[in-house]
Each structure stands twice: as C-alpha cells, then as structure tokens.
Design a protein around this ligand. Structure first.
Ligand code: ZN
Length: 295
C-alpha cells in the first residue's frame, strides 16, 4: 500500500444543498451562507444549455469538473456514465494523490450502486444515511443525521479529510412536495443552520489555527414556484456558488462561473495542478487561485 500523502495545511469542504433558489436568498435568514459570501463571494451560475436542470447531471458536473458530454450523467438514472474516466474529486484525490477524502449524504445514486450510481465511487470515507421515506420530514431527519456524522468526521483530527463533500437534500424534497412557499423557505434556513454546524466543527478542530480552509457552498439548480425543475426557464437554470478561502479575496474579482469550476477550484485550493489528461472543463473561481503556469 502507498502511504497517505503528507497533510499540508490546506483543507476543502464542499457543502451541496439541493435545489436552492438564488432569487429567494436575499429574503431569507441565512447567516452562515452570508458569512461565507462575506469572506469571499456568492454568485449565480447558469446551468449550461447541454445540461438538463436535474440533480444527477448537475451534481456530476459539480464534483467531476467536466460537463455532461464527458461524464455522461444525463438524468437521475446514472447508467451509461463515464465516471470511471472522469471521477469525482473525492475519488480522484484518494486514488491519485493519496489524500484523505470524505463524502456524506442521503441520495442513493450519489453514494450507492443504485440507479447507475455511485457518483462518489471511492472516497477515503463515505457515509450514506438513507431517508426513511421520500417526504420532506424524513429528508430533514436524514440531513440532520448526515450533518451530525459530518460534524463528527470534520471536527476530529485523526481521520482528517483534506477534501469533503456533504450533501443536504431536504430543501429540494420540500419544493417537490410543497412548492417554494413558507415550508421551503424554512427548509433553506434549516440547511443554513446545518451549514453553520459544519463550519463550527471545522473551526473547533485542534489544528485549526495552522490549517487553511476553503469552504464552497453550491446548489445544483433552481425550482419553479410550484416546485419542479428539469426545464429551461431562468428559475430552473439559475444555480449559485458561494466560496471563501485562500486565493479568494472578499469582494475581489470572480471569473465567470460554471458548475465545472467547483472541482477545478478544489484542486487549486489543495495546490494540485490538474493533469491535462483529466481534461477538466472548469477553472478556479478567481484569478488569484489560478495555478501558476508551468513554463
Ligand atoms: Zn437537485
């Protein structure tokens, strides 16, 4: 067995919150997302023309750094995908760079060999926690357990994942059942409180003072007012990314954003220059985070 790569000070946490409307954020109480945005940026992302506004293809693009033409996830059944060629960042970092990685959540095809999955093939540590049924209430319980698990893993220094992805799904489920009304707004605020707990777990780490954390919060697509997505309206196509960390200046310049940029920024945040053979379609979020050109 190869030894694990020595841990430098860099760490990355990506929190994926499914189906959060960009246009509603200013009217919601989301202090933890606001804190990330204040230390860096929050900006809209348009799901590109080739990508269905569905969770499967959008999350695959976020975590692989390539578009649907390469990863081959075109819907919420992941069959026929090319994730073996274009793996997610937790799998690639573990396999190629011997980094400790972690992925957690409750949506089957992201974590299990179901519906053509998993998207997260082989992170160093994986936590799949099933919702007891497909209802908003059961998904809130699921997200709560996912958050507790991630708090535990992120807060400890022994396992020490250098790159993590935590998936929260209750917001999307709520929109599908109840539309984007009061329950949906409350669910977004609950997801923000869970984000706050993950950030507190990071800050509470024994080695936090010596570490350099990048935090990325991202949604995959929007929702129609009545709940639902998959079409090409602005409400469905508008997603967003918020991030802070090394190479991101608060209020500073942000390059035009795409979902593919998330994985590209994860690599940059860990000071890894992507192999050209990966053919990443994304790039880091800011000019300051671009890799130093190899002459
Ligand atoms: Zn989704």
């Amino acid at each position: 067995m190869s030894p694990t790569w020595p841990a430098g000070p860099r760490r990355v946490l990506v929190v994926g919150i499914d189906g959060v409307r960009f246009d509603l954020l200013p009217s919601l109480h989301t202090p933890h997302l606001d804190a990330v945005a204040g230390a860096g940026f929050l900006a809209a992302v348009q799901v590109d023309e080739a990508t269905p506004t569905m969770s499967g293809p959008c999350w695959a693009t976020v975590v692989t750094g390539v578009g649907v033409a390469k990863h081959g996830v075109f819907g919420n059944h992941f069959g026929g995908n090319r994730l073996d060629v274009f793996p997610d960042f937790t799998t690639r970092l573990a396999a190629v760079h011997r980094r400790r990685t972690f992925a957690a959540g409750g949506w089957e095809p992201l974590f299990l060999a179901r519906s053509g999955g998993p998207l997260f093939a082989a992170p160093g540590r994986l936590a799949y926690i099933a919702p007891l049924e497909d209802t908003p209430e059961a998904w809130e319980v699921c997200d709560e357990r996912v958050t507790a698990e991630a708090e535990y893993v992120l807060g400890r220094s022994d396992d020490d994942p250098q790159a993590s992805f935590v998936y929260l799904g209750a917001v999307d489920e709520t929109a599908h059942f109840l539309g984007c009304g009061e329950e949906y707004r409350r669910s977004v605020e609950t997801a923000d409180a869970r984000l706050g707990r993950l950030l507190a777990a990071v800050r509470g780490r024994a080695g936090y003072a010596e570490e350099e954390w990048t935090v990325i919060v991202v949604t995959d697509h929007g929702h129609l007012d009545g709940g639902g997505h998959g079409g090409r309206t602005d409400l469905e196509r508008t997603a967003w990314i918020a991030a802070c960390g090394p190479g991101i200046v608060p209020g500073g310049p942000v390059l035009p954003l795409h979902h593919t940029d998330v994985a590209a920024h994860v690599y940059a945040a860990l000071e890894i220059v992507p192999d050209p053979h990966w053919t990443l379609d994304g790039r880091p979020f800011t000019p300051a985070a671009l890799p130093v050109a190899v002459v």
